[in-house]
Design a protein around this ligand. Structure first.
Ligand code: ATP
Length: 607
């Protein structure tokens, strides 16, 4: 299914049974089947228990000496299996039946609760997995904030939908049990129960539809609200600074109001449904009493039990309907998160099997072109970045520098020409292995609300304290980190807001260097630094290339990088206009002095 087609699927177009089936099949079907079998057994236990009521009541009624009708049938059935139909036996069967029912129901409902939590967790993990595996162009198009709503509200609703679906099944099993007992003794009453049950369901069904529509509207608005708020909070600083937050408040108020209305409609539908069930139940019992006493002339004891059974049947039909209503309410969330998962899966990055690159010679762009839609942003670009050298790409804003690097990392595919790594086309090499050789510092830095250490290691436990210290030193961050009271355990705040721009850049460089990359890509990575600190970092990086054979591809307008580079590629409107070449083409740099990058010159603390 293409992403576009999936996107336009609506809840309505997803046929009802298939949605229920899809909810049920999120976890292995066997688990649901075992739960249903337990519920059926619970229903059977209750049925037998209730059936024993009939002879019990008959025994204390006026026909006690000569059980007739249903009571008589039960007494005969008991005798036919060699037991004496005594009062004690029926009391015991009743108690054991009801206890057994309670025990089986507790076990089944526990399973339902656990399975519901598993459904929510599975949806969450599936979404996370599909998002992480999606190709880069997918993220560019997404308002990422909306995924917070998917992970919280929609995943939870999926679990609730599963719970309600199982409870609906449990209620329906009970309905069938009661109907079987009723029909066993009088098929006319059984028929009457089905007819009145149907009337009740059809009468109240419109409230289910109403609640479902309201739930869908509410879900859409809540997701939009959470998504927009998350995105807004990410970029709140300029809004605050320019005093423009009022407009957003208005937008949120509008959403909040729509949610309030939808919620009210939902409550109305739910409560009305519940409230109307009682009078329908009363009418049903009255009709039942009239038919049994007036028309069928049943014994009083049996009529009492029948009235009890009929009451239970109708109220259980009502409960089943409420559970179905609840499924309908929650399924909007399930559909939304399933849709997101499907779309993200459709955008999965295709990783071809390929050769793991050794990266011994360097990179070559050969007549590479690339377009976003109809707009060509890289045009017939050719240049080399030899191994062990510093190559800087420079050019005005929008020239295509970042896109060039994205192409090199396989985040986009060229529409023409070839990108070669050690002479092999990028398509023929193992993309993941290639990316693992790379340290990347993006233009837009992203630090996590965590410690400096976690930000440098990205939470990977295999990095030691020595690795962290080395990376910080190479990135010129060691001294400023040492000056913090909590050192590498300092929490950097939301998106690193407790650090200066330059400090954030140095932590990002340390993150890129910790895994000893063979290729270091720096996209305007030192723009926030003062010239002195920048010069020191440039010197550190150049020293690393000389000593360890590290290859550097820097995107920068800064003269410091151009001065220190072996090659400078000038880009204008996606065209390579000039190459200042100081390094020989495809040069093999001097063998690194040591295999591991040694400690390099430390920088002074940030002013
Ligand atoms: N996802 C995208 N969809 C459509 N066009 C895009 C996309 N990303 C970038 N572009 C366009 O591609 C062109 C090159 O963008 P790119 O980010 O590579 O430029 P740049 O040289 O790195 O600019 P800067 O120095 O401002 O970062 C620009 O015109 C930009 O508008």
């Amino acid at each position: 299914m293409t992403p576009k087609r999936t996107a336009i699927l609506t809840d309505e177009k997803r046929a009802r049974p298939s949605t229920l089936m899809r909810i049920a099949s999120v976890i292995p079907l066997r688990r649901t089947v075992v739960t249903l079998v337990l519920l059926v057994l619970a229903g059977a236990a209750e049925g037998i228990g209730i059936a024993s009521l009939l002879p019990l009541v008959a025994a204390v009624g006026p026909e006690a000496s000569q059980p007739k009708g249903a009571s008589g049938k039960i007494a005969h059935a008991v005798e036919s299996i060699g037991l004496e139909p005594t009062l004690g036996l029926f009391v015991t069967v009743l108690i054991v039946g009801m206890l057994l029912k309670a025990a089986l129901t507790i076990i089944a409902m526990n399973r339902v609760g656990r399975a519901g939590a598993d459904v929510a967790t599975k949806m969450r993990l599936d979404l996370i997995e599909s998002l992480l595996a999606a190709r880069w162009s997918y993220y560019v198009r997404q308002p990422v904030g909306r995924f917070s709503a998917s992970l919280s509200i929609e995943a939870m609703q999926s679990g609730e939908a599963y719970n309600s679906l199982c409870k609906f099944a449990a209620e329906m099993i009970q309905v069938v049990t009661y109907l079987s007992v009723v029909t066993l003794f009088s098929w006319q009453l059984g028929l009457l129960s089905v007819a009145v049950g149907l009337i009740m369901v059809l009468t109240l069904n419109r409230f289910i539809s109403m609640a479902k529509r309201a739930a869908r509207k509410q879900k859409k608005r809540v997701s939009a609200l959470v998504g927009a708020l998350t995105d807004l909070l990410v970029g709140i600083k300029p809004m605050k600074a320019m005093g423009r937050q009022a407009r957003f408040k208005e937008l949120f108020e509008r959403d909040a109001e729509a949610i309030r209305k939808a919620q009210r409609r939902q409550s109305f539908a739910r409560d009305t449904n519940k409230a109307l069930q009682e009078p329908i139940l009363a009418i049903f019992i009255a009709i039942g009493a009239y038919v049994t006493i007036g028309v069928m002339e049943m014994p009083t004891g049996q009529v009492i039990v029948m009235a009890l059974l009929l009451g239970r049947t109708v109220s259980t039909i009502g409960k089943a309907q409420q559970q179905l209503q609840s499924v309908r309410l929650q399924q909007a969330g399930f559909n939304a998160i399933s849709n997101s998962i499907e779309i993200a899966r459709g955008m999965r990055e295709q990783t071809r099997p390929g050769v793991a690159p050794a990266f011994e010679r360097g990179i070559e762009f050969r007549n590479v072109s690339f377009a976003f839609g109809d707009t060509e942003v890289i045009k017939d670009a050719s240049f080399e970045a030899p191994k062990g050298r510093v190559t800087t790409i420079t050019g005005s804003s929008g020239a295509g520098k970042t896109t060039t690097v994205d192409l090199l990392l396989g985040l986009h595919e060229p529409s023409g020409g070839e990108i070669l790594v050690d002479g092999a086309p990028l398509q023929s090499i193992d993309l993941l292995a290639w990316r693992r050789l790379t340290g990347y510092v993006p233009q837009e830095l992203m630090l996590f609300h965590d410690t400096l250490r976690a930000n440098v290691t990205l939470g990977q436990p295999e990095f030691t304290d020595e690795d962290v210290a080395r990376a910080l030193e190479q990135a010129g961050a060691a001294d400023f980190v040492a000056s913090l009271p909590e050192g590498v355990d300092t929490v950097v705040g939301e998106r690193g807001s407790r650090l200066s721009g330059g400090q954030r850049q140095r932590i990002s460089i340390a993150r890129a260097l910790i895994d000893r990359p063979r290729l270091l890509i720096l996209d305007e990575a030192t723009t926030a630094l003062d010239p002195e600190t920048e010069a020191a970092i440039v010197a550190n990086v150049v020293e690393l290339t000389r000593r360890t054979g590290l290859t550097v591809l820097a995107i920068s307008h800064q003269p410091a990088w151009a001065r220190a580079s072996d090659n400078v590629v000038h880009l204008a409107n996606g065209v390579v206009t000039k190459i200042d070449r100081r390094a020989p083409e495809w040069s093999t740099p001097a063998e690194p002095e040591t295999e591991q990058p040694p400690r390099v010159r430390a920088l002074g603390p940030m002013s």
